[in-house]
Design a protein around this ligand. Structure first.
Ligand SMILES: [Fe+2]
Length: 303
């Protein structure tokens, strides 16, 4: 049996086969039963951010195997924010995660500081503003070779008001869509389903066009490439666009498995690139005055 963390991958692969409703039904039952409900995700305590011990790692990985994400709270971390970035790298190294990209905003450690920024290369980009962000997976505009399979979001300082994170497990999103309309799943698995056009980068380079599916299966696992954005995106045809609109409706209607939290300093979400969004924050602060800062690192491999 081909297993990973106790999951039988050949069975998982069958569950994602639209021609195999029996395998899907069996997997769906167990997935919905094991997935934590809204408000019931444990916060896993980690003594030292830079050095998670075996039992802490085990607890995090067990949670990820159920829901594709885990929330942790580090008790000890540096008071120096640059040092926290290095500690976070040691934390993710302990899970065997490999840095994905030389992101234009990344420091030496692949750590991107998400904060309100007036820097020329970040100004005007929503992640570096106080604005809300729609449902998406990270790196949906990347080429296939640069697929993001995991990332960590770690809080250095929270906002005064707002800045909540919301999460839906990709497998729950898949279940909702397949239950509503299996044909929509088929349309979004098409290799040409979603196109993100090329886009000029602040450093003068051009990010090439990215064409690919929304859902795809890799090594028996479900991977998602998704954004709810409506500008600078095109769908293969009208039917595909309707399927994407249905998916967005279902995400917005989700309650049972919708996870909402405001990360506190030392807290983070380690995840297999699950769907997430954030609410707007610090509406009354002067532009640039919000202190909210989260670190993010993206990875090529999954947990
Ligand atoms: Fe994101």
């Amino acid at each position: 049996m081909d297993t990973k963390n106790g999951v039988d991958l050949s069975q998982l692969h069958k569950a994602f086969d639209l021609e195999n409703p029996e395998a899907y039904a069996a997997w769906r039952r167990s997935k919905l039963a094991m997935s934590p409900r809204a408000g019931a995700v444990p916060v896993i305590q980690v003594g030292d951010l830079s050095q998670p011990v075996e039992s802490e790692k085990k607890a995090i990985l067990a949670q990820v195997s159920e829901s594709n994400f885990a929330i942790y709270q580090a008790r000890r971390f540096s008071a120096d924010e640059d040092e926290v970035g290095a500690e976070l790298r040691r934390f993710t190294d302990a899970f065997g995660l490999r840095i994905a990209e030389a992101h234009r905003s990344a420091g030496n450690n692949g750590v991107v500081a998400l904060k309100v920024s007036m820097a020329e290369h970040q100004r005007g980009f929503i992640p570096y503003s106080r604005k809300a962000m729609n449902w998406h997976t990270d790196g949906y505009y990347n080429s296939e070779a640069d697929t993001i399979r995991a990332f960590v979001l770690h809080c250095v300082r929270q906002a005064d008001i707002g800045g909540q994170s919301q999460i839906i497990d990709n497998e729950i999103a898949y279940i909702r869509l397949r239950d509503a309309n299996p044909e929509a799943v088929a349309l979004l698995m098409d290799a040409q389903a979603m196109t993100i056009p090329e886009s000029p980068e602040a450093d003068g380079t051009v990010r090439p066009v990215s064409i690919g599916p929304v859902f795809f299966i890799e090594d028996g696992r479900l991977i998602m490439r998704y954004t709810a954005r409506t500008r600078s995106i095109s769908w293969k045809n009208e039917a595909t666009q309707k399927a994407a609109a249905l998916l967005q409706e279902l995400l917005e209607a989700e309650r049972d498995y919708l996870h909402t939290l405001t990360l506190q300093p030392g807290q983070g979400i380690l995840n297999n690139n699950t769907l997430h969004n954030r609410t707007a924050f610090d509406p009354n602060a002067d532009i640039g005055a919000s202190q909210r800062m989260l670190y993010r690192i993206r990875f090529h491999n999954r947990l």
